[in-house]
Design a protein around this ligand. Structure first.
Ligand SMILES: Cc1ncc(COP(=O)(O)O)c(C=O)c1O
Length: 380
């Protein structure tokens, strides 16, 4: 662990934590902000949850919108990206034989969401193969656009992929979608706090991001961005009081999605404190440093274990995946936790098994040395 930052986090000291990517980790000052909001709510729940909440949510949306460069009224909070995207995907007017173009690197729960909806609507989920190793943006685009035809109604793609941990060139993908008049949905679960996000510049139709991963927000803090002209087409996943609202707010988008009775909003309200925390600790530099450590770690693992990288460095942020020799990924992950006290995700991906490590402020190359030692011992 990196001693400068490790004391900031609540992570147990006995474990080597190399899996920030899956569920994040929350620093103490941010966790305290969460508890302080919970206490405020408990001091007068009836007033807070019925009246005060709207102004506080607006302040949070304002903070986040400045951080990701979009209008504060074009985002709403959701607990996780899957809930945000289920809301959008279930609202799409998909017809028989319409195609959704994606890649073979997408997040499993969202593959399942698309499979569910495609079965119902008789649409097709087309997974364009992006082969590894990925060595240039040009290779990526050349492969990806092969999947576009006149039936392609939606492009769905991760900005940073889950199993392979790669930064995909979504700027180019959004441009291509626009040129071909294809609805463009970006899954940016891993992006906020990891790489710069400028939604005005990127201009997708839909974007989701998790704040509880790389922005270190409390668990259950994510957002959905929707372009103004399509906001009215997104149905609420759960019908609540904002549907046919007695006192309509400034948009259906906010009425439908931002408030649901007694759902606990406290995690969302920490956003101004999170952004202050990131500024106070100069997180842009922290993240840059983590990226550099990750590139060194990628080389170290590759050289020590004689493993080929799955991409060139231009696709790498703070996560790296390697193919390993393993038949039972879940059993191996448990062995890592229980026997070696090391947290690292291991995925079945296509016909390969991948191990992905994440570098966050609390990590150092010592953690990677420990990982390499275990991988050598287990002949992975
Ligand atoms: C690429 C990607 N999309 C979406 C998600 C959403 O996660 P959840 O299951 O919490 O909604 C993740 C989580 O790791 C992810 O890696």
């Amino acid at each position: 662990m990196n001693s400068t930052f490790k004391s900031l986090f609540l992570l147990d000291k006995e474990t080597v934590h190399l899996n920030h990517g899956s569920f994040g980790a929350c620093p103490k000052p941010i966790f305290e902000s969460l508890i302080s909001w919970q206490k405020k709510i408990e001091s007068n729940p009836a007033k807070f949850l019925a009246f005060d909440i709207y102004n506080h949510l607006e302040e949070s949306r304002l903070s986040l919108s400045e951080y990701i460069n979009c209008n504060k009224n074009d985002i709403v909070f959701f607990p996780n990206p899957s809930t945000a995207l289920n809301t959008v995907i279930k609202s799409l007017d998909l017809k028989k034989n319409d195609e959704i173009l994606t890649t073979n690197h997408e997040y499993g729960a969202l593959d399942k969401t698309w499979n569910f909806i495609c079965k119902k609507r008789e649409s097709k989920y087309i997974k364009q193969k992006i082969n590894l190793p990925l060595n240039s943006k040009e290779d990526f685009i050349k492969e990806f656009v092969k999947g576009i035809n006149n039936k392609t109604k939606v492009i769905f793609i991760s900005h940073i992929t889950s199993p392979t941990g790669l930064i995909f060139p979504v700027e180019e993908v959004c441009k291509i979608a626009k040129e071909n008049k294809i609805f463009c949905i970006i899954d940016g679960a891993h992006v906020p706090g990891h790489i710069k996000l400028d939604l005005k510049k990127l201009d997708p139709d839909i974007y989701t991001g998790a704040c509880h991963k790389w922005m270190c927000a409390p668990k259950g803090t994510s957002f959905l961005y929707a372009k103004k002209n399509i906001q009215d087409d997104i149905d609420p996943l759960v019908i609540s009081w904002g549907y046919d609202a007695e006192i309509p707010g400034i948009s259906k988008f906010l009425d439908y999605h931002q408030w649901q009775g007694t759902n606990d909003p406290s995690a969302y309200l920490t956003l101004p404190d999170i952004i202050k925390f990131l500024n106070d600790y100069d997180w842009i530099n922290v993240s840059k440093n983590c990226h550099e450590i990750n590139i060194q770690a990628k080389e170290l693992v590759g050289n020590s274990l004689n493993k080929k990288p799955i991409s060139s460095n231009e696709f790498i942020g703070q996560m790296t995946s390697f193919e390993i020799n393993c038949k039972y990924p879940i059993d191996l992950m448990k062995t890592f936790y229980e026997k070696y006290k090391l947290a690292v995700p291991i995925f079945q991906w296509e016909d390969k098994v991948l191990l992905r490590f994440s570098i966050q402020a609390y990590n150092s190359l010592d953690d990677i040395e420990k990982l390499i030692k275990i991988m050598k011992e287990m002949r992975l």
